[in-house]
Design a protein around this ligand. Structure first.
Ligand code: ATP
Ligand code: MG
Length: 692
């Protein structure tokens, strides 16, 4: 049957809405006002007024914030200039042209001068017995020393340096040292394979790689140096000669009696190439802790970071200096309602944008004290997160739905056994959070006292673009709520028309004008940048996600555009079907994709992971189908339910639906899998495909 066109689509969206109403749209939670008496934003009126100013008069809104930073020279050109319309010429975005500043100076020197002993990071090792503190002054000394090391090796402004490192303080030191002297850092998550690392080294044309001998996570030890060696070899074979590799001797990986025998054994030697490799500690010995900053133009590049690769070849997103600095600082302050003296913890890895903006630049720009965590949520047991919260009296906590869903599988006792009374704000990022997980986070972790902020954003956006204001925004589980300052989201229909009115059906999420943190290009590939983000809807930045707006103006992200399914002419979102499935008490996780169906055009194919100890059987399959029918409607009844002991995920924990679509369609060529965290799960899915 062919698509039935627009009318039917709208009707189906209404049906979808009634599902969300049952579960979500009308389910609102107020925050405990007494927890947020001193909130930066005290009411929705205040938020609305601030948001209005930020989009109607960006210059005065951001200038007030920019004045809190140090500028070697104030900008002389226009505050904001851009072209979002490919029909009018090349896309460009510029903020504060002519201004000169340095982000390292702003986030580090200034705090170290005023409060040298303030703790920048409580570093918590993989091994709970292993922890250290770093003050702003200590960090500044290390950063200056390493900047001098980089200079002594001939590196200069504009060069690219890749960092492939575990969550150790040297990673922060290296990135800030790059920023200090104008080197563009390109951080590659240390869980990536040699192929993925090589691909990123080549794409960024990097002249130096910084790595560590080992990284430890849970009871595993990863030999990073060997991966780095293999990546450098691959680069050499392709004519990209990287002549230097600086290696940190990772002391947290030095078995200290608490490591497993397997880990200790792994750490006896490290491969070494005298022509290329240099030990970090040798270079740092005797380096001076006095290093002037390089004053950077507002639009000078700060870093390259590759998107996590859920949808194909990763894109080298380029962020520049001043706009990113303002945006990371401001989003951090308001989304987490951060106040002087509070302890903040973001569990992401610095290898992702979340770590860039919300472990390093954003918190430090607010002179925050953060926890930096080397380990994993399940080591030594499923209570680790909450043990760390108790230990440091964490007040603002930021994690991903994938981590929440994983921890929910275990007994709530792992949470309850620790004191969480310090917590005030619980953030989430990375994927739509299903209401089940939201409620667990709110009730069990936050004791119904904390504000949950669901932050929607992307590597490309530099910082949060949709998310609530703790203390002011009523919460709706599953909705990221309202736009952040500077962002003007719009929901587009298929034909490029803005959907008008407050309440609108699902469409494409696009943005009408830039905010300071939006990326400026894809490194070395401006035409791919224009094609990927600006050609589909000329005049708008197209995020690539679907969304709708409810009657109260809340934004609901429904997943990637690629994940919308056109079933017998009805547009359904995979996230909605998944939410219905995981409501079933036997299921811990689900991923839904469309597949070619002879009658419907697209059929609904569901991969489900039963909870520990639950047997997958026909009765369960019928119950799941029934659950979706009653929640969404008969149109959404799953065609196939496939038991998935594990789901293919990116190394940042996102489900890779691109691969699941291939499996569902019965195709064996699944394409690039280098960004996959564990490729064995794919083999398992091929072997237990159900009969159709
Ligand atoms: P690639 O672009 O290479 O496929 P990626 O999109 O996973 O990778 P990121 O930039 O890390 O890389 O992730 C941004 C995407 O994550 C968003 O476009 C959206 O799909 C999803 N996302 C992030 N936060 C949220 C959220 N709060 N709610 C819903 N979706 C979210
Ligand atoms: Mg993306």
């Amino acid at each position: 049957m062919a698509s039935n066109g627009h009318t039917e689509n709208t009707a189906s969206m209404k049906r979808n809405k009634s599902f969300t109403e049952l579960l979500g749209d009308n389910l609102t939670f107020d925050v405990k006002a007494e927890v947020f008496l001193d909130g930066h934003v005290k009411s929705m009126d205040q938020y609305n007024q601030m948001h209005k100013q930020s989009v109607e008069d960006p210059e005065s809104f951001w200038t007030k914030i920019a004045n809190q930073f140090y500028w070697k020279e104030k900008w002389s050109g226009k505050f904001m200039e851009y072209n979002f319309d490919v029909r009018k010429g090349d896309i460009f975005i510029k903020f504060m042209e002519g201004g000169k500043t340095n982000i390292c100076y702003n986030v580090l020197d200034r705090v170290a001068q005023e409060t040298p002993d303030k703790i920048a990071f409580y570093w918590e090792g993989n091994d709970p017995a292993n922890c250290k503190t770093y003050t702003y002054k200590q960090l500044l000394d290390e950063v200056c020393k390493f900047s001098n090391v980089l200079k002594s090796k001939g590196l200069k402004k504009g060069d690219r340096v890749a960092l492939y490192m575990p969550m150790i303080i040297e990673l922060v030191v290296a990135m800030l040292a790059c920023a200090r002297i104008g080197i563009i850092h390109s951080i590659v998550f240390a869980g990536f394979s040699a192929d993925s690392l090589a691909e990123r080294l080549k794409d960024g044309d990097c002249s130096l790689l910084i790595t560590a001998d080992y990284s430890v996570r849970g009871d595993k030890s990863i030999d990073l140096k060997t991966v780095a060696d293999n990546a450098l070899k691959e680069c050499g074979e392709d004519g990209v000669d990287i002549k230097m590799c600086i290696v940190v001797k990772n002391s947290s990986a030095e078995g200290d009696g608490t490591h497993s025998p397997k880990q200790k054994k792994a750490k006896t030697s490290v491969s070494w190439n005298e022509d290329v490799d240099l030990w970090w500690h040798d270079l740092m010995t005797g380096a001076s802790n006095d290093c002037q900053c390089e004053w950077m133009d507002a639009e000078d590049p700060l870093f390259i970071l590759y998107t996590s690769g859920s949808t194909g070849k990763p894109k080298g997103v380029l962020h520049t200096t001043a706009g990113y600095m303002l945006y990371a600082a401001t989003t951090f302050k308001y989304s987490f309602d951060y106040h002087e003296g509070e302890v903040y913890w973001c569990t992401a890895d610095i290898g992702w944008i979340t770590g860039h903006s919300y472990i390093v630049y954003g918190p430090m720009a607010n002179a925050a004290t953060s926890v930096m965590f080397e380990g994993t949520p399940l080591y030594p047991d499923a209570g680790r997160m909450w043990a760390v919260v108790e230990k440091y009296k964490v007040s603002k906590f930021y994690t991903a739905p994938t981590a929440i869903r994983m921890l929910m599988k275990f007994s709530d006792d792992f949470v309850k056994k620790y004191d969480r009374s310090s917590l005030k704000v619980l953030g989430t990022v990375g994927e739509p959070i299903n209401p089940e997980a939201w409620l667990w986070y709110y009730k069990i972790v936050g004791e119904e006292r904390c504000s949950i902020v669901d932050t929607f954003w992307q590597t490309e956006t530099g910082g949060h673009v949709i998310g609530g204001m703790p203390g002011a925004t009523m919460m709706k589980p599953g909705s990221a709520s309202f736009p952040f300052f500077g962002a003007v989201p719009v929901i587009m229909d298929e034909d490029g028309k803005e959907k008008e009115g407050v309440e609108v059906d699902q469409g494409y999420l696009v943005f009408k004008q830039p905010w300071p943190g939006l990326m400026r290009t894809l490194y070395g590939n401006h035409s791919r940048y224009q094609a990927a983000y600006f050609e589909r809807f000329p005049g708008y930045y197209c995020a690539g996600d679907g969304a709708y707006r409810d009657k109260d103006g809340y934004y609901w992200i429904t997943g990637r555009i690629d994940d919308l399914m056109n079933v017998s002419g009805h547009l359904l979102s995979t996230a909605q079907v998944e939410s219905a499935i995981v409501e079933h008490s036997s299921i811990s996780e689900a991923a839904v994709v469309g597949y070619p169906h002879p009658v419907k055009g697209t059929g609904i194919y569901c991969f489900v992971t039963p909870k520990n100890g639950i047997r997958f059987c026909d009765a369960l399959v019928s119950e799941l189908k029934q659950k979706v029918r009653t929640r969404i409607g008969p149109i959404a009844t799953p065609d196939v339910i496939h038991e998935a002991p594990g789901l293919p995920k990116t190394r940042s924990g996102k489900i890779m639906r691109r691969i699941l679509r291939k499996i569902a369609a019965g195709q064996t060529d699944i394409g690039d899998t280098t960004t996959l965290a564990d490729s064995t799960v794919v083999d398992k899915l091929f072997t237990n495909r159900p009969q159709q």
